[in-house]
Write a protein that binds this ligand. Structure first.
Ligand SMILES: Nc1ncnc2c1ncn2[C@@H]1O[C@H](COP(=O)(O)OP(=O)(O)O)[C@@H](O)[C@H]1O
Ligand SMILES: [Mg+2]
Length: 849
């Protein structure tokens, strides 16, 4: 406990985990446990405990809800020696559980990754801003339950975008930086504090790579590391070392670290992910209403993870995007193929999860059966695809097929070894059984248990089963013999009496007991209730003991067979991981085809230019919302090019400005994921970064004012956008007084136009003023003005007349923001509306507006 002061220590004592001392007092109540005061040594100590098999439940409370790290101290049997024949157990830390290192499958959601991310800062210069921006930072991240491992070199500038994309459940940072990070005023560093962070001693001494933790040879690893940047290598080594510390007695078998390159993917920072509502909606703060839940059609958990990874990091590589599109096209065109493949995929199990549970030695026999089935379905998918290479554009399938290598012989091996039917029966039986916690209970002898390895698997097993069957027969014969003299004959075993037979009969039968048993060596153990007698019958005891020996022997043999099977699987880990990537790829691309079919999407033309040409674009999530109210979404066009790369959108509130801005960013994002897009036609020049500045209220986390948040975000865009970027600016300058706000908006626009030269959509209520200012500066060229239109209904009936929006974007500048009308439709009181109208008239008359 002294070694882990900030962690909760759970120590195994027999069949319980115990909390001690202050920790018992502190944590037992929130865990719903009773604290007991027990005598120990010289004094009394507080303790609280729970049975071993309830561990997941309490880990969920401590780690999941209370965000604590938990140290598990297990008992291990010490090899028997004469000298130490009393204390037979050693205690050792078997693992440390934190949000990033949950292994218990019930505790995590396999639809997403459970990443633990190590950030290797090279310089602890967290306070200065400008110069340190380019400082290199090494990243390494892994998912323990899936065996994935990644590394990347990034810079301080891009760090936040990378962290957002990786979405770690836990960040590990060297303890040297703890204070600096806590006191840094830099925005990106403060943002990191949102994550659960472990500060630990990483550096000091040499950096040694734990080769054993990877399922790859030393040579492969060494070669691999040649290609990595120094910061990245160190990050990988630190993370591997950290994980080895946390799971000291486990071989981790991680895949060869995937080397990621920042420029291969679109940078999307936390703000953009939030404002585009990619994974959670702003209104509900949950996945409902997010883009992800709207587009998700994947049928496997691992495919869902890949889809999310693609969404948070769309590709910037034309070849890759085009290849994904080609596959989508094939699946889109061929409904039969699409339906069959998704049907097969839905039957598969999460390969990476199974593989990892095998290597962590946490797999159960049913996992092996699932693995076999998954391989069989993968083979079906391969055959289906192979048969379809001749369909229209089917040649796109060929490269995929080449990667789709299915180790089918492994499936055969497993199913020829494990008796699936018996296994399922056994699992069902175990499910039906209540937890047995009272060891004193009578245990009826039942050798008819379900064996899970086929007896014919090995000679030894066949023989052991034959002997066991013969013994059972002898036992049955004995029972039949005894039944001639007694009504009921039950073989039992109890700790106090050992093996015995409970004989029940009529008064006469019991009286004649000695005669009936004359042929056997026996003794009476206990007489119960006058009509039952428990008898120790030597031949029965011999048979029973013999049976038990055989049962134990078969159990051992089965374990050995399973061990062998697991090691065969372990050898195939790289192949299996490769297969699972291909299956995920197929899942995501077919899901795009399903989505395209359902939502009438079109294939965008992808180019390396700076064009963005969208005809009849739609916002999928808003459209879905409108559909439930039987309303139609109005499609809108957007054409940006190097010559005309800034659009200013004006119009009344509720006219559809924000929706238009977001929909274009989302269309670009979908296109670069490889998906089709909601538009009648689209040409998209690859975008390197998507920036958004959409007002969404105050940032409560850091207690900044709305305007401050706005400026922080705007600065990030002005500092970071390149001419290949896409920027979405919604009402910049809104958070401060009119004139100053206008000045800031104007400055932002000019900067974007002259310095950044990125494609920009700019929504504002200051359109008229901005257009005048631009004209004065001679910058009007290259900026286009568009507005959302509104029609006034019942115009003669006073101030509260209603508005009708058609949400169609037209050329021009909106002169009126219809604020009062919107206020009216929101239920503003009549008196208030009247005052507002009068004030507005007054401004106009005095020329204030
Ligand atoms: N193109 C469209 N077609 C149909 N309805 C739309 C469209 N754009 C927006 N809307 C509807 O109008 C509402 C307000 O849109 P929003 O983009 O927030 O307006 P603004 O930013 O101009 O105030 C949306 O919630 C949606 O219901
Ligand atoms: Mg808006």
């Amino acid at each position: 406990m002294d070694k882990h002061p900030d962690k909760v220590v759970l120590s195994q004592v027999g069949s319980f985990y115990e909390l001690y001392f202050d920790q018992a007092v502190e944590y037992a109540p929130p865990m719903g446990l009773r604290v007991a005061l027990k005598r120990a040594g010289k004094g009394k100590v507080h303790m609280a405990g729970f049975p071993l098999n309830s561990l997941p439940k309490y880990v969920e409370i401590l780690v999941g809800e209370m965000h604590k790290s938990v140290v598990i101290v297990d008992q291990v049997e010490r090899p028997y020696t004469e000298a130490a024949n009393e204390m037979k157990f050693d205690r050792r830390v078997s693992r440390i559980i934190s949000p990033g290192t949950l292994l218990d499958e019930t505790l995590r959601d396999f639809q997403e990754n459970n990443h633990i991310l190590l950030i290797n800062f090279t310089k602890h210069d967290f306070h200065s801003s400008a110069g340190a921006y380019e400082v290199k930072v090494g990243l390494a991240w892994a998912d323990l339950g899936l065996g994935t491992f990644h590394s990347q070199e990034t810079s301080m500038k891009k760090l936040l975008a990378d962290v957002t994309r990786i979405a770690p459940k836990e960040i590990v940072i060297d303890e040297r930086f703890e204070r600096d990070i806590a006191t840094s005023t830099r925005d990106e560093i403060q943002e990191l504090q949102r994550y659960y962070t472990t500060y630990t001693k990483l550096s000091g001494g040499e950096v040694v790579l734990h080769y054993d933790n990877f399922a790859a040879s030393r040579r492969e690893l060494a070669n691999h590391f040649q290609a990595l940047a120094r910061t990245e290598c160190v990050a990988v080594a630190y993370l591997a070392a950290h994980l080895a510390n946390i799971l000291p007695h486990t071989r981790l078998n991680f895949e060869l670290p995937t080397h990621e390159v920042s420029d291969d993917t679109v940078q999307i920072d936390a703000r953009t992910s939030e404002t585009l509502e990619l994974v959670s909606s702003i209104r509900t703060r949950s996945a409902v209403g997010s883009l992800f839940s709207c587009i998700r059609r994947t049928v496997t958990q691992s495919g869902t993870r890949m889809l999310k990874a693609w969404m948070l990091a769309p590709s910037t590589q034309l070849d890759e995007i085009r290849y994904r599109q080609k596959l989508v096209a094939v699946f889109e065109a061929c409904e039969f193929l699409r339906i069959r493949i998704t049907g097969h995929l839905a039957q598969t199990h999460d390969l990476s999860r199974i593989v990892q549970s095998v290597s962590l030695d946490r797999s159960s026999p049913i996992d092996l059966v699932y693995l076999a089935h998954t391989l069989q379905y993968a083979a079906h998918i391969r055959d289906l695809l192979a048969a379809c290479t001749t369909v229209k554009h089917g040649d796109a399938i060929i490269p995929l097929l080449q990667k789709l290598q299915v180790p089918e012989e492994l499936a055969e091996d497993i199913l020829n070894t494990v008796d699936e039917y018996a296994l399922v029966q056994r699992i069902n039986e175990e499910r039906g059984e209540p937890d047995i916690e009272a060891p004193e209970e009578e245990i009826e002898q039942n050798e008819m248990r379900q064996w899970i390895i086929r007896p014919e698997h090995s000679h030894a097993l066949t023989q052991a089963h034959a002997r066991l069957a013969a013994l059972s027969q002898t036992k049955q014969d004995l029972e039949t013999e005894l039944r001639a003299s007694f009504n009921s004959v039950v073989f039992k075993c109890m700790p106090r009496y050992g093996h015995f037979v409970a004989l029940r009969g009529t008064r006469g039968q019991i009286a004649a007991l000695e005669d009936s048993l004359a042929a056997y060596d026996h003794s009476v153990v206990r007489a119960v209730l006058g009509n039952t007698v428990w008898v120790r019958l030597t031949p029965a005891v011999e048979i029973e003991e013999n049976i038990l020996r055989h049962v134990a022997e078969i159990e051992e043999l089965e374990k050995e067979v399973l061990r062998q099977l697991r090691s065969v699987i372990e050898e195939k880990i790289p192949e299996l991981r490769n297969l699972h990537h291909v299956l995920d790829y197929i899942d995501v691309t077919t899901s795009f085809a399903v989505l395209a079919h359902e939502k009438h999407l079109t294939r965008p033309k992808m180019t390396a230019t700076r064009q963005l040409d969208i005809v009849g674009g739609r916002h999928l999530v808003v459209e879905e919302g409108l559909q439930t109210q039987l309303k139609e979404f109005t499609g809108n066009d957007c054409t940006l090019s190097p010559k005309d790369h800034l659009w200013v959108i004006s119009g009344p509130n509720m006219g559809g400005k924000t929706t238009f801005l977001r929909q274009n960013a989302i269309i670009v994002l979908l296109a670069q994921m490889g998906s089709y897009v909601p538009a009648t036609r689209a040409t998209i020049g690859i975008v390197d970064k998507i920036f958004t500045r959409v007002g969404s209220g105050d940032d409560l986390f850091r207690e900044m004012s709305t305007f401050m948040v706005e400026m922080v975000e705007t600065s990030m865009i002005l500092n970071g956008a390149t001419k290949h970027s896409l920027a979405i600016m919604d009402e910049v300058g809104r958070g401060t007084s009119g004139k100053e706000g206008l000045a800031i908006a104007f400055a932002t626009m000019v900067h974007l136009q002259e310095k950044n030269k990125c494609r920009t959509l700019f929504a504002t209520h200051f359109a008229k003023e901005l257009s005048d200012l631009l004209a004065q500066r001679g910058l009007a060229k290259g900026v286009s003005f568009y507005k959302t239109e509104v029609t006034e209904l019942q115009p003669k009936r006073g101030p509260s007349h209603l508005l009708s929006f058609d949400h169609k974007l037209r050329k021009g500048v909106s002169e009126n923001s219809y604020a009062i009308n919107v206020a009216a439709s929101a239920g503003f009181p009549k008196f208030g509306l009247k005052v507002a109208e009068e004030a507005l008239h007054g401004f106009k008359a005095r020329g204030v507006l």
